[in-house]
Design a protein around this ligand. Structure first.
Ligand code: C2E
Ligand code: CA
Ligand code: CA
Ligand code: CA
Length: 278
C-alpha cells in the first residue's frame, strides 16, 4: 500500500511538473485553483519561550489540487509571484481566515499575534490594504496584533513609496516580522527601513542545534537579533534539545513540529480550546 501511495504521489508530482513546464497552462491551473478555492489557510501556533503559553499563529497556504493532490507552497507561491497572482491568492486567504475564525474569536486571547506571509507584490497594493483592514475589523484586531512576515530571502526594494506604505501599516497597528532571518544578506540599513518588531530565525539554524554540533552560527544569529532588541521567534523547532537550548538563550517565541504542525481551521480551533482552558 505504501509503495503504491509513493508511486501515485510521484506520478502526480511528475504530471504537475509537466504541466507547470508550460507557462500558460500553469497560469490557468493556478487561476482556477484560486477561483475554485482549492487553496486554504492552515494555521501553526507559536509559543512563549518562558511560559509555553500560546502567543500567536502563522497562516500557511495549502493547495490540494483535485487530481494532483497537495502541491507544496515552495512550488506554487513562486508560480503565483511569476504570474502576478499573489494579490488574489492573499485576498482569498484573508477572506477564509475571517470566515474560519469569526465564530471562534472569543477563544483568541487578547494580544494574540496573527502572522501572515506576504510577497513583494502585496506591498503598495491598495487591495491588500483594503483586505487587511476588512479582516482586522472582523477579527476585532484592536485586541489582537496583525503581523506581516516578509522574507529576507528576497529583500524588498526600499523606495520612498515603500517607506510610506510601511508607515501606514504601523499607523494601522500592523507590525512586520523579518522572516528567514540569517539566510539573506540584508544589511542594517534594510532592517532599519523595515523596522520589524520580530525576527524569525530560520529553521536552517535551529536544525544545527544538537548535543554535539557546533552552535556558534546559531548563537551569533540569536545574539544579533537580541542586540537589536527585537522579539525573536525560532522556527522549525523539532526536538527537546533545541527547546532546551533556545530557552537557555531566552528566545522569546518558539514554533515548530515539536509543539504543533500547521493545522486546518477545525483542528486548530480544537487546539485553541485546549490551550485556553489549560
Ligand atoms: P516560511 O514562511 O518560512 O514557513 C515555514 C515553513 O516551515 C512552512 O512550510 C511550515 O510548514 C514549515 N515548518 C513549520 N514547522 C516546522 C518544523 O518543525 N520543521 C520543518 N522542517 N518545517 C517546519 P510551508 O508551509 O511548506 O511553506 C513554505 C513557504 O511558502 C513559507 O516559508 C513561505 O515563505 C511560503 N508561504 C506559505 N504560505 C504563504 C502565503 O500565504 N503567502 C506567501 N507570500 N508565502 C507563503
Ligand atoms: Ca513565514
Ligand atoms: Ca521562515
Ligand atoms: Ca521558509
Amino acid at each position: 500500500l505504501i509503495a503504491f501511495a509513493v508511486l501515485v504521489s510521484t506520478l502526480c508530482g511528475y504530471l504537475f511538473w509537466r504541466l507547470t513546464g508550460h507557462f500558460t497552462s500553469s497560469l490557468m491551473v493556478l487561476q482556477q485553483a484560486i477561483s475554485q478555492r482549492q487553496i486554504h489557510p492552515f494555521y501553526q501556533p507559536f509559543f512563549q519561550g518562558d511560559t509555553g503559553k500560546i502567543a500567536g499563529f502563522e497562516v500557511l497556504a495549502r493547495w490540494k489540487h483535485p487530481v494532483y493532490g497537495y502541491v507544496s507552497p515552495d512550488i506554487f507561491i513562486p508560480l503565483a509571484e511569476q504570474h502576478n497572482l499573489i494579490g488574489p491568492l492573499t485576498r482569498l486567504l484573508m477572506q477564509q481566515i475571517t470566515t474560519d475564525f469569526q465564530k471562534a474569536i472569543h477563544l483568541f486571547p487578547d494580544g494574540l499575534y496573527i502572522c501572515i506571509n506576504i510577497s513583494a507584490q502585496n506591498c503598495l497594493d491598495p487591495h491588500f490594504e483594503m483586505d487587511i483592514n476588512d479582516m482586522m475589523r472582523k477579527l476585532e484586531a484592536k485586541k489582537r496584533h496583525i503581523v506581516v512576515e516578509v522574507t529576507e530571502r528576497h529583500p524588498l526594494h526600499v523606495t520612498p513609496q515603500l517607506n510610506e506604505w510601511l508607515a501606514a501599516l504601523r499607523r494601522a497597528n500592523i507590525s512586520v516580522a523579518l522572516d528567514d532571518f540569517g539566510t539573506g544578506y540584508s544589511n542594517l540599513a534594510y532592517i532599519c527601513a523595515l523596522q520589524p518588531e520580530f525576527l524569525k530565525i530560520d529553521k536552517m539554524f535551529v536544525s544545527q542545534i544538537d548535543n554535539n554540533t557546533d552552535t556558534r552560527l546559531v548563537e551569533s544569529v540569536i545574539d544579533l537579533a537580541k542586540k537589536m532588541r527585537l522579539k525573536v521567534i525560532a522556527e522549525g523547532v523539532e526536538t527537546q534539545a533545541q527547546v532546551d537550548y533556545l530557552r537557555a538563550k531566552n528566545v522569546d517565541f518558539m514554533q515548530g513540529y515539536f509543539f504543533c504542525r500547521p493545522l486546518p481551521a477545525e483542528d486548530f480551533i480544537k487546539r485553541m480550546r485546549l490551550e485556553v482552558s489549560a
